[in-house]
Ligand binder design. Structure first.
Ligand code: ADP
Ligand code: MG
Length: 205
């Protein structure tokens, strides 16, 4: 097993099984939480992440296939590709626009099926061939609330601002364009997102 990343909540390993590569995401013990809280919490988050990945798949979003899972561990398909965070800025305009459409499409599918991703950044999107995979549903939840969807969008907006500033306007315009076409409640979500934006700016957050 090869250690890929040691994050705050989970360690990520790459494992070869019968010549195939799998990614293992294991939620690690947190010393500052008492075991009576820590264990059920890790279990709950692991189970929730699996549930959301599977629900997203049924909604038609490209996500890794979950092979198996235990209380704290998820074994899933390794998506070999480029993280969007590290690749978007070097793409041609045509390719960037294709990606924005894929993001808008996926968002529309997630939200119309009651899935909040919870951490929509380009670090959690991997491009493999011509599919854009969404990973890391660890902060996600099931909700159809307009407010939750607006926060989800707002996080993406901020992530784009932070990582792809020079493409912010083109990216947002295209993503939202597709989102509007493909999600019936998008208008309400966008109005709510504008409110969140103003609230945050006003408070200087
Ligand atoms: N299925 C996957 N295929 C390929 N790489 C992955 C996969 N899942 C996670 N990764 C890699 O591991 C990193 C951390 O995984 P992630 O689920 O985002 O956990 P964290 O909650 O720590 O951000 C990702 O940014 C990505 O580089
Ligand atoms: Mg992540």
């Amino acid at each position: 097993m090869e250690l890929i990343q040691r994050g705050a909540e989970a360690v990520i390993f790459l494992e070869k099984r019968k010549g195939k590569e799998f990614l293992i995401k294991e939620r690690i013990k947190k010393g500052y939480r008492i075991p009576e809280i820590d264990k059920p919490l890790r279990k709950k988050r692991t189970r929730s992440e699996v549930g959301l990945i599977e629900k997203a798949r049924r909604a038609g979003v490209s996500v890794p296939i979950v092979r198996e899972h235990t209380d704290f561990k998820i074994v899933m398909e390794w998506i070999e590709g480029k993280k969007l965070k590290d690749s978007l800025n070097s793409f041609t305009k045509t390719k960037r626009i294709r990606i924005y459409e894929l993001i808008g499409e996926a968002l529309a599918k997630l939200h119309s099926n009651g899935i909040i991703h919870g951490d929509l950044t380009t670090s959690n999107m991997i491009l493999r061939k011509n599919k854009l995979y969404f990973i890391d549903f660890g902060l996600g939840k099931i909700s159809k609330r307009i407010e939750d969807q607006a926060v989800d969008l707002f996080l993406l907006y901020e992530a784009i601002e932070a990582t792809h500033l020079k493409y912010k306007n083109e990216a947002w315009e295209k993503i939202i364009n597709v989102y509007k076409q493909q999600y019936s409640k998008s208008k309400r979500v966008l109005i709510q997102m504008e409110k969140i934006k103003k609230r945050r700016r006003y408070r200087g957050e």
